[in-house]
Design a protein around this ligand. Structure first.
Ligand code: OGA
Ligand code: MN
Length: 269
């Protein structure tokens, strides 16, 4: 019996659905290899109609690296590797992160020296309107830059910092503006409005102007794919060649996602 997975690319800038697979069951090594290949090819892969437990999600995540507790502490939970993204409040306190507003384009944890590589989100409750997540194909966006801009940015670095000051490591973290994927060798733009602060060694106005130009370039619809969430969707993405943003949704509607995170010791280059 063939274990070939059914990989269906989206008609957008990136992403593929992997159909006909039940993530409550362990994956075969060969299937893990196919998911990994699809992730390298499409940047984002998603699975629909899942009904997984928290340990199932941690097991799935562990096929691709070491799942770790999120750097942002949440209250004690039975499965510590699961981080809650939610606007839901219990006893007046949010049970998770990110609220209901827009979260602009970012690559996860880029304010760390060794940022997150892969991330997983599993949809438990979704709002009736809004709350979509959009991914940007930063490899395609880089490839499409004019050669004079490529030349201008090729050796630049940018400071990344979380807006919640305590989140940050004590030292300022900077990363290359153009990063190379360690597995595919492809170059991607690695700046985004949510976490990138300024270009190292550049005058403020010039840095603001250059970043605005790069963001406007990245945010063109042709580089972006929108995920319309359904309950039971599990999305796995590679933060190295992609950025993502979350669209706002009405505060009184509930959105509850479970998140796992893989780090490794990669420093962007
Ligand atoms: C994240 C994130 C967006 C969303 O979990 O890293 O950016 O759509 N989430 O919840
Ligand atoms: Mn994120």
């Amino acid at each position: 019996m063939s274990s070939a997975l059914n990989v269906v690319p989206t008609d957008g800038a990136l992403g593929a659905q992997i159909a006909d697979i039940d993530l409550t069951q362990p994956l075969l090594p060969d299937q893990v290899g196919q998911v990994r290949t699809a992730l390298l090819d499409y940047g984002v892969v998603f699975f629909r109609n899942q009904r997984i437990s928290e340990p199932d999600q941690v097991r799935f995540t562990s096929y691709f690296g070491q799942p770790v507790e999120h750097v942002r502490k949440q209250r004690e939970r039975p499965v510590p590797e699961i981080f809650i993204i939610s606007n839901v409040k219990e006893n007046g306190k949010p049970i998770g992160a990110l609220g209901h507003g827009e979260v602009s384009f970012h690559s996860d944890l880029s304010y760390l020296r060794q940022p997150g590589t892969l991330s997983v989100l599993y949809a438990v409750e979704i709002p009736q309107e809004g709350g979509q997540t959009q991914w940007c194909n930063c490899t395609a966006a880089y490839a499409d830059l004019d050669s004079d801009i490529k030349e201008r940015i090729k050796d630049l670095r940018a400071v990344h910092r979380h807006y919640v000051e305590e989140q940050n490591p004590p030292e300022m973290i900077d990363h290359p503006v153009v990063r190379t994927h360690p597995e595919t060798g492809r170059k991607s733009l690695y700046v985004g409005p949510h976490l990138t602060k300024h270009i190292v060694g550049m005058k403020s106005e010039e840095s603001v102007e250059l970043l605005a130009l790069l963001y406007a370039h990245l945010e063109q619809p042709r580089f972006i794919w929108t995920h319309e969430w359904q309950v039971g969707d599990l999305v796995l993405w590679d933060n190295r060649p992609t950025m993502h943003r979350r669209l706002p949704f009405p505060a009184h509607q509930r959105r509850l996602m479970k998140r796992t995170q893989i780090f490794n010791d990669e420093i962007p280059f």
